[in-house]
Design a protein around this ligand. Structure first.
Ligand code: SF4
Length: 60
């Protein structure tokens, strides 16, 4: 990781604030809307949203 975030847990490679995987710029992240996302990060966030949507659809 080439940046430093006070919420990043280096031991666990996770976000302490969101208690999930650190994906800079993801919804809820302190950087959301404040940084230009690389293509790779945009893809990870899209995949995350799709995962969330499919888990919502599967819950009945
Ligand atoms: S997801 Fe955002 S707030 Fe959380 S550790 Fe990563 S950069 Fe920091």
């Amino acid at each position: 990781m080439s940046f430093s975030c006070k919420n990043y847990d280096y031991n666990d490679d996770k976000c302490l604030m969101l208690k999930q995987e650190c994906i800079p710029g993801r919804p809820g992240c302190v950087l959301e809307g404040r940084i230009a996302l690389s293509e790779a990060l945009t893809e990870r966030i899209k995949a995350l949203e799709q995962e969330k949507n499919s888990s919502k659809t599967n819950k009945k």
